[in-house]
Every structure is written in structure tokens, then in C-alpha cells.
Ligand binder design. Structure first.
Ligand code: ZN
Length: 321
């Protein structure tokens, strides 16, 4: 008699709990025979294996990666971007998330747009322009950049080589890619480079550069973004910082280059004029013998491109609306 009423209580509270948590994947998945094992993200099926791939519970759809981790936020599956609720992991359909439209099947309409700016050019833009919108301080429109102390290859050639390869890689990963220049004859000011991204309403701008130092021992990679107190784009700080972080981390992981740091500064006109999340990467020192020579090798360039593309993927995967 006592056992029976205890069972009823459990059933009652069970129903109450599932009513209180209608959106939680936990209650739904557990009701469907899954067992949660870690932070509400990994599920084990009745047969003891981790759930991988799609899971449908009622009307909701969830997705688990190869490790059985439930995916949240933006995820690219078979070349299509989808958005899974950050709170409970279900596939979002027919909604606009962070200005991006998602169709009735839960697929991003159109593509994420990436603008790549290959730093400098064969013809340097002369004269000056404001450091940022509304600024009275003027800065050179562009500089000639550095060059390989050992290979003799100019920075502007290296940045365009990498930009073209990165465009190919990102296009194959499903992005729409625009280059600010495709040859060495076009002079471009830093402001004009940013305007390409603004006009395209890009989702991000990545500026490619190589570093130079008086000391030949200086080596490694760094990224540059605006500060949280930027007089021009304070609202972009978090996204630009995270983009700088993801790109730098992935780049050093892929290339094995020394990780310098993320430089937060409001002294870069190309970053200041951009109305979209922006990072500038110094991919290596052309004044360092090993790095100068490596950056001209096809095998190393492949790693550079992979690192940059992985960083961009990681940025979108972590993008918060
Ligand atoms: Zn440069």
C-alpha cells in the first residue's frame, strides 16, 4: 500500500517536472530512453552507445557531434549552416538570429560573407586620411609594407598569395568571399579597404599582413583589434576580440608559429573604419630568416591557410546573436 502511493508521487512529480521544463532536451531525451552523462550535453542510448548525429524528440531536432556532444549555436553540417538553441540545443527554424535569416528547414539563407584584405599593394596609395570616422588626426593612406630580408619577396605579394588561397579554402567551406584587391596594380587606402567590407555588409573582415623587426630573432604571429574604449566602434569590441582570439589560436596551432599576443589598439585606420567585426593578423616576421623562408613554401602556406580558415570557422561556431 505504501509503495504504491510512493510510486504515484514519483509519477506525479515526474509529470510536474516535465511540464516545468518543456524545452529542456534533458527531460525530452530521457523520456525517449536516453541517459544524460555530462553537463546536459552527452547522451547515452539504451544500448550504452553515445548518441551521434541527429536526434528527433517530438517536434524538436538535436544534433550530436562525433564525440556525442550536443551542438549549440551555429554549426555547419554538410556545407549548410544551422543554428541550434544555446539554451536547450534544438534546431531553430523560420527565425532571424543575429540578423541572419533561417528558413523553414532550419538552414541559413544565403551565406556568411567574409572579406579578405591582402595588406599593401604594388602601388602604394599616397596622401593621408582620417584615422577613423570623425577623427581630426590624419594618417598615411597606406605604406609600402615590409619585405623578405632573405627571400626578397615583398609583403604585398605574400599577402595576396595567401588571400587567394584562403578565398579558395573558405569558398569550399561554404562562405561567400570578397577580396579588397586581386592584383598589385591597385592602390588602396586603409579606409577604402574597410569600405569594401562595409559595402558588402560582411560578417567579418580579415586583414592579412606580415611583420618586420629590426631584430632578426623576432618571430611569431599576432592579431590586432580595436579596444573596448574605441572612439569609433566600441560596439564591435567583443566580436572583433573573439575573432582575433580564434584566428590567432587556430593559426599558431596549424603552423606551429610562436604565439605572440592580441594587440588591442585604436591606431589602425583599416580597423577603425570597418563597421563589421575585424581582425588584422601579422602572419610572421619577414625579417626572421626561418619565418621569411617558411612563408614562401607551398607546404607551409597550406598550413597558414588552414589555420586562418579554422579560426574563421571557430568564430562563426561561437557567434552569439
Ligand atoms: Zn603590413
Amino acid at each position: 500500500m505504501k509503495i504504491k502511493s510512493f510510486g504515484k508521487k514519483v509519477l506525479f512529480f515526474g509529470i510536474l517536472l516535465s511540464l516545468l521544463l518543456p524545452a529542456a532536451v534533458g527531460a525530452r531525451a530521457e523520456a525517449a530512453g536516453f541517459q544524460k552523462v555530462k553537463n546536459g550535453t552527452v547522451y547515452i542510448q539504451k544500448n550504452g552507445t553515445r548518441k551521434k548525429g541527429w536526434l528527433r524528440v517530438g517536434r524538436r531536432q538535436y544534433y550530436f557531434n562525433r564525440k556525442g556532444i550536443m551542438q549549440t549555436g551555429w554549426v555547419r553540417l554538410n556545407g549548410k549552416w544551422r543554428y541550434f538553441s544555446r539554451k536547450s540545443g534544438f534546431l531553430v527554424k523560420n527565425k532571424t538570429i543575429g540578423g541572419k535569416k533561417i528558413d523553414k528547414n532550419g538552414v541559413l539563407k544565403g551565406k556568411f560573407v567574409v572579406v579578405i584584405d591582402p595588406g599593401h599593394s604594388g602601388v602604394t596609395a599616397g596622401g593621408v586620411e582620417p584615422l577613423g570616422p570623425g577623427s581630426s588626426s590624419m594618417k598615411s593612406k597606406d605604406t609600402s609594407g615590409t619585405q623578405g630580408r632573405y627571400t626578397g619577396v615583398p609583403e604585398y605579394k605574400t599577402t595576396l598569395t595567401i588571400a587567394k588561397k584562403l578565398k579558395k579554402e573558405l569558398t569550399s567551406r561554404g562562405y561567400k568571399v570578397i577580396l579588397t584587391r586581386t592584383n598589385h596594380k591597385k592602390p588602396l587606402s586603409c579606409k577604402e579597404r574597410a569600405m569594401v567590407a562595409n559595402k558588402a555588409k560582411a560578417d567579418l573582415l580579415i586583414r592579412l599582413h606580415c611583420n618586420g623587426s629590426e631584430s632578426s630573432s623576432a618571430h611569431g604571429a599576432m592579431t590586432i583589434c580595436t579596444t573596448k574604449n574605441s572612439p569609433y566602434v566600441p560596439e564591435l569590441y567583443q566580436k572583433s576580440y573573439r575573432l582575433s582570439q580564434k584566428v590567432l589560436d587556430s593559426y599558431v596551432k596549424a603552423t606551429g608559429a610562436r604565439k605572440e599576443y592580441i594587440w588591442e589598439t585604436d591606431s589602425m585606420s583599416g580597423n577603425n573604419w570597418s563597421k563589421v567585426p575585424t581582425t588584422l593578423i601579422e602572419m610572421g616576421y619577414m625579417t626572421n630568416p626561418a619565418e621569411d623562408q617558411k612563408m614562401q613554401k607551398t607546404s607551409y602556406q597550406k598550413k597558414m591557410v588552414e589555420g586562418l580558415a579554422d579560426g574563421i570557422d571557430a568564430y562563426f561556431t561561437n557567434l552569439k546573436p
